[in-house]
Design a protein around this ligand. Structure first.
Ligand code: SAH
Length: 367
């Protein structure tokens, strides 16, 4: 039984069921349960995800009585935009409010030939990486499928982006996606469905701290996003110091899971490596990283650390980043320096949601 237990009216008689996040089959079942032909569920699905409608009255291809039934009992509601922080580089960080008052953040990053949306999978995060600002929040809760897909729909609506825009989505916002496995996977199926939002799998990247059972489970999924692993260190000791999760899932086990991870033709695993001044940025570190990843179809994204007053870490000087990159590329490991966008609005990696801690931003403009 899917949805019908939760369908109902609130005390005030306001329709309570938000349809966002339901799959095509679930919407078909909803139609059938309301004595409608099954195909009406499919129509509704396309209206919500392909045409991105939120107003049932506008669905004039649907039978009028069905529209009425929908308006009386359901709604399609995106997370609401509480604030926008706009960076001069074009990135916009969104503070989005969920129905229970929790807030999450998502970032819009326009580029010449594509647009990237950085999504959250949880409100806060439980993983406690020593260098990450989101870790300071702790875990509030997992996001639902509707709240994950809703981040995309809310931003697309706000930016008035059409389906023709080349869209990339990355699960690199707040949270650890593999610790919210079921909802994240279901949301990826919705995002990638050609008759819905139609974002191809190769434009969806899931970034993980390295939850080994989650990686093994993902390996068995038919609909898989691209996988990025936050490596961030070149030895077990160094990684444990930065990421206590390495006690539970040590590098050795993580890389073993990576070696058997099924890649599609032309696909590579991405390893993210946050570079911290004087900690993990030496040429020896680079040589060890090349050795660790030897034999894997991999590439490395070097991310100079984004600093903030709450943390004692700093990015290395550019020469060290370039020297590190050179060691990797000389060993035939493609390595890219990832320029963080939106640093001035604290939307760069790991900087999301300090608003929740009362840390002030200096946005160029807000709503
Ligand atoms: N939990 C997932 C996804 C969110 S973090 C993960 O860890 O992969 C996304 C990326 O940002 C990770 O590679 C993480 O190591 C990096 N990151 C976190 N804080 C950062 C900071 N202050 N500066 C640069 N990168 C950071």
């Amino acid at each position: 039984m899917l949805i019908f237990n939760v369908v109902g009216l609130s005390m005030a008689g306001i329709p309570v069921e938000n349809l966002l996040g339901l799959t095509c089959e679930e919407l078909e079942e909803l139609a059938v349960a309301h004595h409608q032909p099954r195909y009406r569920g499919r129509q509704l699905y396309r209206a919500i995800y392909a045409r991105r409608q939120t107003d049932f009255d506008a669905l004039t291809d649907l039978d009028k009585s069905f529209r009425q039934l929908l308006s009386n009992n359901f709604r399609v509601q995106y997370p609401s935009i509480e604030q926008r922080f706009e960076s001069p580089d074009g990135a916009v960080r969104y503070l989005l409010a969920l129905e229970d008052g929790q807030t999450v953040e998502a970032v819009y990053m326009p580029e010449e030939d594509r647009t990237t949306l950085c999504l959250s999978s949880q409100a806060g995060c439980a993983v406690d990486c020593r260098f990450c600002f989101t870790a300071l929040l702790g875990l509030k809760r997992n996001l639902t499928v509707g709240e994950i897909v809703g981040q995309v729909l809310a931003i697309l609506a706000d930016r008035q982006l059409s389906a023709r825009n080349r869209l990339n989505t990355v699960f690199m916002g707040m949270g650890e996606p593999l610790l919210n496995f079921v909802s994240v996977l279901k949301s990826i199926k919705l995002l990638s469905d050609p008759s819905g939002l139609a974002i191809p799998w190769r434009r969806i990247t899931l970034s993980t701290v390295g939850i080994v059972p989650g990686i093994r489970k993902l390996a068995g999924e038919a609909t898989r996003p691209k996988l990025a692993i936050s490596l961030n260190a070149s030895t077990e000791e160094q990684r444990t110091a930065l990421m206590p999760v390495n006690h539970k899932y040590p590098l050795r086990d993580l890389l073993a899971a990576c070696r058997v991870y099924p890649l599609r033709p032309g696909e590579r695993l991405t390893f993210e490596y946050v570079m911290i001044d004087g900690f993990n940025d030496s040429p020896e570190d680079a040589r060890r990283v090349a050795k660790l990843l030897g034999g894997l179809r991999a590439k490395v994204n070097l991310i100079p650390y984004n600093s903030g007053p709450e943390m004692p870490y700093h990015p290395p000087p550019l020469e060290r980043v370039l020297a590190f990159q050179k060691v990797l590329t000389e060993r035939e490991l493609p390595a890219f320096i990832r320029v963080s966008r939106g640093q001035d609005i604290r939307a760069a990696c790991g900087q999301l949601s300090l608003v929740g801690l009362g840390v002030q931003n200096h946005p160029a403009s807000t709503t």
